[in-house]
Design a protein around this ligand. Sequence first.
Ligand code: MRU
Length: 360
Amino acid sequence: MDKYSPLGPDELGPSPNIRLEEGSPAVTILDQTLLPNRTEHLTLSGARELHEAIYSLRVRGAPAIGIFAAYAIYVLSARSAETEFEPFYAEFLENKAYLDSSRPTAVNLKKQLDRMDALALKLRALPIPEILRELRGEAFAIHREDIAMCKAISEFGLELIRDGDGILTHCNAGPLATSRYGTGLGTILLAQERGIKLRAYCDETRPLLQGARLTTYELYNAGVDTTLICDNMASIVMREGRINAVFVGCDRVARNGDTANKIGTSGAAILAKHYGVPFYVFCPSSTIDPDCATGAEIKIELREPSEIKEKFFAEPVALEGVKCYNPAFDVTDNELITAIVTERGVCRAPYTESLRALYE
Ligand code: MRU
């Protein structure tokens, strides 16, 4: 297996998880469904395969989905045969809606597609090749901004930890889910770079095992003291005093601070409150959805029963007729969250006030 460097090179290309191919426009991704056993890249350029890459979690994590979607809409636009703006833009909107339909919970997908859309519309008077050049630049800007935001978030996170701390993580909010450093894992990786030693306890994160397959992969390869636990062991490691803080990323933050993240996150937050462990959410301020008043308005993605019963098992673990309920995300109530750490600072309750400054 290739040794994966989670922090990647300083410039955008070649980026370890997402990169734009020049010449014949296409996006190359590291196929996250195959990790940690195989490091394989996929080069994608058709609408269906770009959509499938998001739906199947080949590319995943809220910020990474947003970056990928920006490159994807550029690639599809660059492949258009249209030479006049109106039909070019009609095709753009069709591709945008199709990509946007791939996953509903992370706000980043829609936000970055909207940003690309606003630019295309603003440039409507220009010839198509010039519009394409600007769209390409915008997708690179989105990618670069994410790198800068992750670094800034991670720097703020350093204020919350001390050498030797034990950190519980859930799902994967590292470089694979973003661009570099990550959000929830960024502080742990930056601390490691600076010689501050943390002990990471990683929930495996049923049913798709992002914690086991991706988080331990990133942290272990970076040299962090990494321990994998099953999701139902979070309580005992807190009770035994091994955990000083919980760090998670997120997919959408409502105006009141309610936060959607990978299924199981709210359970970890409830346990943390019970054991008096601080619970921190890390995200770029663009993850705040000003159109969403509370977590009750966040659409939760429902996925296939086979992910619970069959995937990752040699044989099905339940009878064929047994029903499954498979929500991919849950909402953590704002009162369980000690702070929301963004690239612009650490927000604390009351979140309606502290978050407002970031989106108004
Ligand atoms: O279904 P996934 O793997 O895309 O879910 C990812 C998460 O829930 C992450 O914690 C979240 O997107 C933040 S990534 C920086």
